[in-house]
Design a protein around this ligand. Structure first.
Ligand code: CA
Length: 224
């Protein structure tokens, strides 16, 4: 497995490099965001580990720029404790995980392994939860083996839910993921979309796949 680590604090870069080398990873290590971006877009890696505050391009810009280029390599962000806001931005920009400094290199390596396992499951175009099947390639959805027609947004919302079952999402997170234009934060678009989706996927069921989480948003449940 090959990693790219972009981190400008030499002490951190050194101990991370040592930890990865001892665990049998190969890797590239650099301290400047512009160099990191060039490596990330030209070479193949299994995971990218990006510090947020960097000389040159910052970690969030590297992340945004590679995602715009369609590079879907998993990304772990390294953040200072005070950078909560940046961390949330990062997760919304397509980061897969983050680690707050200071951290043990064992923890970072464990996160990398966990992302790799997740990656294996997700590499398939077919998502399956309970009696729902979703094909990301043909964009077909089956409920109890029967195809059902979803609008683009209903499909995108369901796909996002099925990728992360049991995880609670706020309305804002769902809006930012499923709608790609500037929306009114008070909009009820998500609620309307959830209602329509429920009608299509919950037919004949006692409880809904999509659970409302009071004061927060929604969670997609793994029903049998
Ligand atoms: Ca830094």
């Amino acid at each position: 497995m090959k990693v790219l680590v972009v981190e400008d604090e030499k002490r951190i870069l050194d101990f991370v490099r040592k930890g990865f080398e001892e665990s049998g990873f190969s890797g590239d290590y650099c301290a400047n965001g512009d160099d990191g971006y060039i490596l990330a877009k030209t070479r193949e890696y299994d995971v990218l580990i990006l510090d947020i505050m960097l000389p040159g391009r910052d970690g969030l810009s590297i992340l945004k720029n590679i995602r715009e280029k369609g590079i879907s390599t998993p990304v772990i962000l390294l953040t200072a404790r005070s950078e909560l806001h940046e961390r949330l931005d990062g997760l919304n920009s397509g980061a897969d995980d983050y680690l707050t400094k200071p951290f043990f290199v064992e923890e970072l390596i464990a996160r990398v392994h966990s992302l790799m396992r997740r990656g294996d499951r997700q590499s398939s175009n077919l998502l399956e939860v309970g009696s729902l099947k979703l094909n990301r390639y043909t964009r077909e959805v089956y409920v109890d083996g029967e195809t059902t027609n979803l609008s683009t947004r209903e499909f995108n919302l369901l796909e996002y839910f099925m990728r992360f079952p049991e995880r609670v999402f706020s309305r804002t997170q769902l809006l930012e993921h499923v709608w790609d234009y500037n929306y009114d934060p008070n909009t009820n678009l998500i609620d309307v979309c959830v209602q329509r989706l429920r009608k299509k996927i919950d037919e004949g069921r006692e409880s809904s796949y999509i659970e409302s989480v009071r004061g927060v948003g929604y969670r997609f449940k793994k029903l049998d």
